[in-house]
Ligand binder design. Structure first.
Ligand SMILES: Cc1cc2nc3c(=O)[nH]c(=O)nc-3n(C[C@H](O)[C@H](O)[C@H](O)COP(=O)(O)OP(=O)(O)OC[C@H]3O[C@@H](n4cnc5c(N)ncnc54)[C@H](O)[C@@H]3O)c2cc1C
Length: 406
């Protein structure tokens, strides 16, 4: 998503662009996600609220957050940085940076839609964020106050009738929710990336199925080594999602990137009459329309890039969804796991690699890669063109976790 979006912005700017992907487009996390342009999600996950909630979640082995014991020690430095980023000062700064990137991404998406005739690939049906109780909504109030300050439109619903008017068929125990009308979904994230990729090639861009083995400084530029040899480029953009460090390590430019693995089940057409995107925040999953079907999923698992998936997580979310949506037909689903590329402060990396000005980086968008793709793409295009970017890039720089920030 990030690589194709940036490549599309660059080709629109008149550059000669080639994408190398070892598996073709939409093969990674971008192909199977929940498909939301979640512009109202400006509250970073690294937050005081998450620090309070996480210990309770960790008690349930199939709950919204899990750390595989064998991976816990490896992930410890990431968690320490996450905890530091959750303190009030860094949290407020990250929230402002998140809001700035969201505003830019919403504007960039509008422009992109015109360029790719993309409106037919969207659903503008809003989002219903569901709370278990009035107390839970009260606890979330600071977040909604921050959204109000950022100009985000929402309606607090405290009557079952008002909630069911937006989404019939919910369990009558659900009495508290917030509706964000400007939330947008794609009809299918895979179809969205493929459409963008087709438009990219129509405009003269090239896509080659190649596995990148190394990035090598080459004079003022950067060479890319693949199974077919070494090709020099003026500029290279690294947008390999959760796997970015594999190529950054030999350059001495690693960042504290980890993966939050997520799971879902896509049910066939007729599974449920879904009218809007449903978010069950305190249970860590969403229910969303994908194509003619319904996708149920989310959750976060820390287990690295190589451990096999634990599809019991997908089953557990489906079981919970059945409780909240009694009419949900949960038969015939397809399960999936994806690797969210996540930085400890919940902000992506966008900008030059430390010490390598011809290597640009765009990854680490965590839960928001689709949402922030168009804004990220425009920022990369600005950097390549030497235009001043439209937002302050300092919060997204790769070296922000180094002792001497670069
Ligand atoms: C369950 C779940 C639900 C989500 N829901 C949403 C949502 O509703 N909205 C939202 O905004 N975000 C959502 N996300 C997050 C979003 O999916 C990610 O942030 C986003 O897909 C990351 O995009 P990316 O392009 O950086 O990485 P990827 O999509 O993972 O792409 C990386 C690409 O790099 C290629 N690659 C890697 N290494 C190499 C190499 N050495 N050589 C060649 N190619 C290579 C891979 O083949 C892959 O195609 C969700 C994620 C999950 C897991």
């Amino acid at each position: 998503m990030i690589g194709v979006s940036a490549a599309h912005a660059l080709v629109r700017d008149g550059h000669d662009v080639v994408i190398y992907d070892r598996a073709g487009v939409a093969a990674g996390a971008s192909g199977g996600n929940a498909g939301a342009f979640a512009f109202s999600d400006i509250i970073p996950l690294a937050s005081p609220g998450m620090l309070r909630q996480a210990p309770r979640w960790l008690l349930d082995p199939l709950g919204p957050l899990a750390i595989r014991p064998a991976y816990a020690l490896h992930a410890l430095p990431w968690f320490l940085r996450f905890a530091r980023a959750s303190l009030p000062g860094p949290f407020a700064a990250a929230r402002d940076a998140q809001a700035a990137l969201m505003r830019l991404s919403a504007t960039s998406l509008d422009h992109l839609l015109d360029a790719i005739c993309g409106e037919r690939l969207l659903r503008r049906e809003g989002q219903l964020q569901i709370y278990d109780s009035a107390a839970e909504l009260r606890a979330a109030k600071p977040g909604w106050d921050a959204r109000a300050e950022a100009g985000i439109d929402f309606r607090i619903l405290t009557s079952p009738d008002a909630i069911r008017e937006i989404q019939p068929g919910l369990n009558p125990c659900i009495q508290t929710a917030v509706f964000t009308p400007d939330w947008i979904n794609v009809t299918d994230p895979k179809a969205w990336v493929e459409h963008l990729a087709e438009d990219f090639t129509r405009r003269g861009g090239r896509i080659e199925r190649k596995s990148v083995r190394a990035l090598q400084p080459d004079g003022e530029g950067m060479a890319v080594a693949t199974e077919d040899g070494r090709t020099p480029f003026e500029r290279v953009l690294l947008a390999t999602g959760a796997e970015a460090n594999a190529l950054l390590r030999p350059l001495g430019a690693t960042v504290p990137l980890d993966t939050e693995r997520g799971y879902n089940t896509t049910l066939p057409a007729g599974a449920f009459d879904l009218r809007t995107h449903l978010t069950f925040a305190s249970h860590g999953f969403v229910v969303t329309r994908i194509g003619d079907g319904v996708r149920v999923g989310g959750a976060v698992e820390f287990a690295g890039l190589t451990a096999p998936p634990n599809m019991k997580r997908a089953d557990a979310m489906l079981g919970k969804a059945r409780r909240f949506l009694p009419d949900l037909d949960s038969a015939g689903g397809t399960q999936w796991m994806g690797f969210r590329p996540s930085m400890p402060d919940s902000l992506p990396v966008i900008g030059a690699a430390p010490g390598h000005p011809s290597l640009l980086l765009a990854f680490g968008h965590g839960h928001l890669g689709l949402t922030q793709s168009a804004g990220t793409a425009d920022l990369i295009a600005d950097l390549v063109a030497g235009r001043p970017p439209s937002i302050d890039m300092a919060p997204y720089r790769a070296g922000r976790f180094r002792k001497t920030a670069v």
